[in-house]
Structure formats: C-alpha cells, structure tokens
Design a binder for this molecule. Structure first.
Ligand SMILES: Nc1ncnc2c1ncn2[C@@H]1O[C@H](COP(=O)(O)OP(=O)(O)OP(=O)(O)O)[C@@H](O)[C@H]1O
Length: 241
C-alpha cells in the first residue's frame, strides 16, 4: 500500500564523531508538498538529509522513503539530492556535465535543456563548471537533482548566495514541482524562506522544535513572523519547568 507520507522517520539517532547530532527524531514528510527544514548552522539539517537519502550511518531508528528503507537500490532514480558542496566535474561545461549525469540516470536527452532552463543557467550552459560562481555551481547541482523524474527532491540550502530574483524563481519552481506531485525537503537557515513552504520542521541542536504549517506556527506562538516564532519556541524550551 502506498503511504501518504513520502518520508517517515522514527526515533532517528545519529552520531558523528564523538557527538550525538540527531536525538531520536520522529516526523513525516507529506507527499506532493514543500517541507522546509529550518534551523541554525550546525543544528543537524545536512545530517538529517543525508539520513533520508541513505548515505548517513545511523545509530538507531528507521527512515522509510517512498515505502522503502532509506538507501534501498529501488530508490536510486526516484530521489534527487543536491548537496551544499556539489560534486560536478570541474573541467566539463554545464551542458556536458548534465549530459553525463543524464546518461547515468538514463534520463531522456532533452531533459538537459529542460533542467538548465528551470534553474536559469541558459546563458552559462557552455561555461566550464570550475569557473562558475558559488550560486551558479549550486544551481548546476540542483539541475542534476532535477534530471529524470524524481519523486523526492532533497535540497540542501539550494538558494544560498543567490540574488532575490533567482531565489524567487527557484521557490516558484519548487512549488510548481510540488503541484505536480513531487515531494521536496528543502533546508535553509534563512527564516524568510520558511513562509514559502507548506510545512516546516524547525530544528535546534539535533532536535525538532516544531513540525507544523507556517500559519499554525504563527498562531501557536502569537508571533508576527516566523523568525519571531522560532525565537519564541527557543525561549519556551529554555524556560525551566
Ligand atoms: N564529518 C563529520 N564528523 C563529525 N562531526 C560532524 C561531521 N559533519 C558534521 N558534523 C557535526 O554534526 C553537527 C551537525 O552538522 P550538520 O552539517 O548536519 O548541520 P547543519 O544544520 O546542516 O549546518 P549548516 O547549516 O552549517 O550546513 C555539527 O555539530 C557538526 O559539527
């Protein structure tokens, strides 16, 4: 039976080095929506995303993705993952790099032009990857994640270093993809991006502070904006019982 959640995480605990960086997290990510993973630098967003994609060693708990255990071979062409440090060959052009990944993923040839257009890299298609700016490089990584027909996109800070117009365009793209039924898990440490998500997971120090819609978070905290809502939740957590 198909689950209405694209991702189900139960009691996930992850250690990195000597530290526990995720403390028994449980949550799910509804299908066909944009879920924002928000929280300060170092709170564990990337570690959580790595666990969902299946590249993180976990100490305990389960992560189920599209009805399979995270990391299952069946998920390989169903998940697009864009990391913060893209591994795209520096001596290829954007076009060549995408053609290479398209052939590995057995994506149709015309997909390359589509994804280049979707991330707004049309004027840089023939630029060598090693000479791209940070924002152009992360958009190349995003374009790789969009190849084929991924059902789940896991995007680690995809809008870092982009100007407001490009950020706006990418968020519009994320919402169009969700309307088509794609599930997106998007991390950011910029609170103004939180309002663009249908659902938010607010993280702090390896724990989930809140899992709700932006509107419900504003209502439950009485805050005007999500930055204030986050601060209010942090303060509430610090108040002695
Ligand atoms: N390879 C590693 N070995 C040991 N500890 C690590 C490793 N990578 C990350 N950590 C630690 O795990 C914790 C969570 O890191 P993570 O990268 O998941 O956070 P983040 O929320 O994605 O941060 P940022 O927003 O800065 O990317 C941090 O305390 C970090 O120092």
């Amino acid at each position: 039976m198909t689950n209405s959640s694209a991702v189900v995480v139960e009691n996930l605990r992850v250690r990195r080095g000597a530290r526990t960086v995720l403390h028994d997290l449980s949550f799910d990510v509804p299908r066909g929506s944009v879920t924002g993973l928000l929280g300060p630098s170092g709170c564990g967003k990337t570690t959580l995303m790595r666990s969902v994609v299946g590249v993180q060693t976990v100490e305990s708990g389960t992560v189920t993705v599209l009805d399979h255990p995270a990391g299952s071979p069946q998920l390989r062409d169903k998940i697009g993952y864009a990391t913060q440090s893209p591994s795209v060959y520096a001596d290829l052009t954007v076009n060549e790099a995408l053609r290479y990944f398209a052939s590995i993923l057995r994506a149709p040839a015309n997909d390359v032009a589509r994804v280049i257009d979707e991330v707004g890299l049309g004027t840089h298609a023939d630029d060598v990857v090693g000479q791209l700016s940070g924002g152009q490089l992360s958009r190349t990584s995003l374009a790789v994640a969009l190849l084929g027909k991924p059902e789940l996109l896991v995007l680690d800070e995809p809008t870092v270093g982009l100007d407001p117009v490009l950020r706006e365009d990418l968020w519009a793209l994320f919402n169009r993809l969700a309307d088509r039924g794609v599930t997106l898990l998007v991390s950011s440490h910029v609170m103004d991006e939180a309002a663009r998500c249908q659902r938010l997971l607010l993280m702090r120090e390896g724990r989930i502070l809140a899992d709700d819609t932006p509107a419900a978070l504003r209502t439950s905290t009485g805050a005007e904006d999500l930055e204030q809502a986050f601060l209010s939740l942090v303060r509430g957590q610090e108040t002695p019982a």
